[in-house]
Design a protein around this ligand. Structure first.
Ligand code: PLP
Length: 429
């Protein structure tokens, strides 16, 4: 960034420091990744200059001929990627996307059902400190503390009893395949909207290693970053017609697709971030390639291998393993907490996060879990042999929590050496 370097050296040096950090350490936060140079170039392009409130061919500003084409390209690529009838690419991020979805389906005060944050749900699925928990009546479900798995009979019972207007399916920390068909049956029975939040597993779905919720759900929301390796942004997919129109919106002449669009703009947002939408189009093109399918398969293969090796070393994992890109180590029985382990891992160069586990006796800022993900490592080209080494380092850290200050520098040096063999894309230093 030559201009940034000369004009604002203070900020430039901070960016370079972060780039070094992301190069020399193992990025194992499952929601993080490395965007390509092409995605970064679009995000940093002149498209940041333009206002284009509205939607393609229906703008409130002039001079949008090329912007219309850019947004349409992103929409068309996204629809093709997921086989969706309708797509909105304007949400600024995953949380605003979920806010728009909720407003499009349920007026404030309605009853919505989702997983609470400690069980692995997202803030926007009805958590008390978020708009979704403050403005809506919320009903919770979650994995069973004994198995770490969702129990679909239990979910059906809660839905029958509570009769929510909409049901969220999606999580930030659930390591197993979600059964969208089972959720669809429940939603049909209780006459609720079914919304999948695929922010974490978007890339697994595109890569064909996790089922696609689009055929089963009224609406699907997502981020574009995380596994999809796009810019920080959100998107919403939906059916065009609303199957519950007569029940819930008898007086509206807007179909589901139109209500979603109106909820995003002008309901919640103003001008779309066109530099970001352009970068989304680039990411969608990258995700439609055979190379991306191979990537998604390897993400899961790596997570499985890491899980296997940790189990072999005697560690407990939530649900006993993983089908996805993440796993959650379960330290409920240990004298140390998830936070102790996550902080020690960071000292050694493994960047992860502490996380609640189902049935966690510890507080949310302490926790008994550590969440680990493989998307970013896999983007760097790491495979099973590297996962074996990483399992070894995690074990070394957990065994030496008391002496971490002495042990961490050695582990960190070994990790830096591995990192040099797998330079991440999108970073040149
Ligand atoms: N939904 C899920 C399941 C998530 O994990 C996240 C991000 O952590 C979001 C939504 C929100 O995305 P953002 O952080 O872009 O607002």
């Amino acid at each position: 960034h030559p201009h940034l370097q000369s004009q604002d050296p203070e900020l430039y040096s901070l960016i370079i420091a972060q780039a070094r950090h992301e190069t020399d350490t193992l990025k194992m936060i499952p929601s993080e990744n490395y965007a390509s140079f092409a995605v970064l170039e679009a995000t940093g392009s002149i498209l940041t200059n333009k206002y284009c409130e509205g939607y393609p061919a229906a703008r409130y500003y002039e001079g949008n001929e090329f912007m219309d084409q850019i947004e349409q390209l992103a929409i068309d690529r996204l629809k093709a990627l997921f086989g969706a009838e309708h797509a909105n690419v304007q949400p600024y991020s995953g949380s605003p996307a979920n806010q728009a979805v909720t407003r499009a389906l349920a007026p404030p005060g309605s009853k919505i059902m989702g997983m609470p944050v400690p069980a692995g749900g997202h803030l926007t699925h009805g958590w008390k400190v978020n708009f979704s928990g403050m403005d809506y009546q919320t009903v919770h479900y979650g994995p069973r503390p004994d198995t770490g798995l969702l129990d679909y009979d239990q979910i059906r019972d809660i839905a029958r009893r509570e009769r929510p207007r909409m049901i969220w399916v999606g999580a930030t920390a659930y390591p197993r395949t979600l059964d969208y068909a089972a959720f669809a049956e429940i939603a049909q029975e209780v006459e609720a909207y079914l919304v999948a939040d695929i922010a974490h597993i978007n890339g697994l779905i595109v890569g064909g290693v996790h089922p696609n919720p689009v055929p089963h759900c009224d609406v699907v929301s997502s981020t574009c970053h995380k596994m999809l390796r796009g810019p920080r942004a959100g998107f919403i997919l939906s059916r065009i017609e609303d199957r519950w129109q007569r029940k819930y919106f008898p007086d509206s002449n807007l179909n589901l697709a139109k209500r979603i669009d109106r909820a995003v703009f002008p309901g919640l947002q103003g001008g779309p971030h066109m530099h970001v939408i352009a970068a989304m189009a680039v990411a969608f093109k990258e995700a439609a390639t055979p190379a991306f399918r191979d990537y998604a398969r390897q993400v899961v293969a790596n997570a499985r291998r890491l899980a296997e090796k940790l189990l072999e070393k005697g560690y407990r994992l939530v649900s006993g393993g993983t089908d996805t890109h993440l796993l959650v180590m379960d330290f409920r029985d240990a004298p140390y907490s998830g936070k102790d382990v996550a902080q020690a891992l960071a000292k050694a160069g493994i960047i992860a996060n502490f996380n609640m586990v189902p049935g966690d006796p510890r507080k949310p800022f302490i926790t008994s879990g550590v969440r680990l993900g493989t998307p970013a490592l896999t983007t760097r080209g790491m495979k099973e042999p590297e996962m074996d080494r990483i399992a070894g380092w995690i074990d070394t850290v957990c065994r030496n929590l008391e002496q971490i200050e002495e042990v961490a520098p050695r582990v960190r040096a070994e990790i830096a050496e591995l990192c040099r063999q797998f330079p991440p894309p999108g970073i040149l230093i």
